[in-house]
Design a protein around this ligand. Structure first.
Ligand SMILES: [Zn+2]
Length: 229
């Protein structure tokens, strides 16, 4: 008898207008992650994606933005380790330590990507999601925040209308050189509009102290006890 456990992708995450079928983490996923944490200096977003998101997807080729990726990770976590996480905070008024189990859905503020065109002077920049996973991985190579922000923006440019002509076939390097030659007033306008189009993901919680009932507002940059370590 061949002993096989058939994977079932029977959960659906709705992220923006995407519906993504996934399975919960298996023991292998957990083990692979824990080994990576022990052996590797740093686990970047792409590595985390390969370890804990991609193996759970029915369609492994789907390309997600970083915030969509984080949202999906939360959905997988909810199905795998539960829909709450434990945290504690100190009340700002009476200094009581409060221990809570918090539902993920109570802290998530998410607005999905909203890409569109930007017209400056006689140029139109058409924005959309990053086309391939390979392109997205260019973000991992960026060493400064300036390079990251610049690269992130140009990866989302799908075509440019220039003097009445639509340019939609170019390499990453050609596009990079082109953008670097633009007058800065054009670049700045395009950059500013792009920032508005990007999805936003923040975590915040309003909660009341169990002793004095004072409202405490908590902002998270990361969620405590999210994974096994
Ligand atoms: Zn209090």
């Amino acid at each position: 008898m061949a002993l096989t456990y058939n994977k079932k992708y029977d959960n659906i995450a709705k992220i923006g207008n995407k519906e993504i079928k996934f399975k919960a983490w298996s023991t292998k996923n957990e083990k692979d992650y824990l080994i990576a944490v022990e052996a590797e200096e740093e686990i970047n977003d792409s590595r985390l994606y390969d370890l804990l998101i991609k193996p759970c997807l029915e369609d492994e080729d789907i390309v997600l933005s970083l915030n969509e990726q984080k949202m999906l990770m939360i959905e997988i976590r909810k199905k795998s380790l539960g829909h709450t996480f434990a945290m504690r905070y100190v009340c700002k008024k009476c200094k009581q330590v409060n221990d809570l189990d918090i539902d993920f859905d109570k802290i998530i503020k998410f607005s999905p990507d909203n890409f569109h065109s930007v017209i400056v002077d006689d140029m139109t920049f058409n924005f959309g999601p990053i086309a391939t996973d390979n392109l997205k991985r260019k973000l991992d190579d960026q060493e400064t925040n300036v390079d990251y922000a610049f690269t992130e923006m140009i990866l989302h440019i799908q075509s440019i209308e220039l003097e009445g002509k639509l340019e939609d076939t170019f390499t990453f390097t050609e596009l990079k050189d082109f953008m670097e030659e633009l007058p800065s007033f054009i670049f700045d306008k395009v950059y500013k509009d792009f920032q508005e189009m990007k999805s936003k993901l923040d975590f915040e919680l309003k909660t009341y102290c169990m002793v004095c009932n004072t409202e405490n507002e908590i902002e998270f940059d990361h969620i405590p006890n999210f994974l096994w370590t």
